[in-house]
Design a protein around this ligand. Sequence first.
Ligand code: NDP
Length: 249
Amino acid sequence: MEQVNINEKVVVITGASSGIGEAIARLLSALGARVVLGARRTDKLHTITTEIINAGGHAAYKQLDVTNPESVQSFAAFAIDQFDQIDVWINNAGLMPLSMINEYKVNEWNQMIDVNIKGVLHGIAAALPIFEAKDQGQFINITSVADRWVGPTSTVYSGTKFAVRAISDGLRQEVSNNIRVTLVAPGATESELAETISNPELKKLAIEKFRIDLLPAAAIARAVAFAINQPADVDVNEIVVRPTAQKSF
Ligand code: NDP
């Protein structure tokens, strides 16, 4: 990929301890970005960050809980402290505990709302003042094809992702002409996401029936890199990336 606009950028990534967030951190750092990784599992963040630095990249990590606005604010302050600026904020952290509504897994619904929706809003609240102060910056919100598709067991998960799609497009319209907002909607991708399904039968079904022909997480990282790499006056608004064999949702 010809490098127009990634090199030396400071890119903050929530949910960078596994799956898509980890792949984004690894690819962008290889392309010259300085990456700041956040998640709850610091052992994983430590390993990934150390590997990036050993490979010649620039990276730092901090424990982060996106459901807590203060934690997200101190994560942003940490990024500035480490690298003096933030150029791109990637709201990636997410959970997918699928279930039928009449299982009444109210705690899981609330967890998804807290991480998938409120976590994104907390990220926007932390980064937008920084972007507005220099009239420059980019949000990348990782939704899902479930931001435009809903089916049984996906009702609340899709609801959270529909919300983030709406929030992304509203944000894009409200911010200045120099701040970019990009939504990346993955189809089925290799990661730990299905681990959050608590019903063992549903988890088995999801893995055996739907989580086949998975994209490598690096495929989503390439889509993110494409959006960042455009010149500043080009805002890639939405990218949907499915496995070629994923036809039905
Ligand atoms: P993973 O489970 O591998 O990654 C989820 C990440 O979110 C982990 O790093 C996890 O870290 C982090 N996370 C969860 N809760 C919190 C929290 N409260 N605060 C901070 N970080 C948190 O799954 P994916 O990589 O697949 O998920 C990344 C995004 O991609 C999600 O938004 C998901 O909805 C979306 N997506 C994934 C698809 C797929 O098929 N894999 C398809 C469509 C969308 P930790 O536990 O250490 O906090």
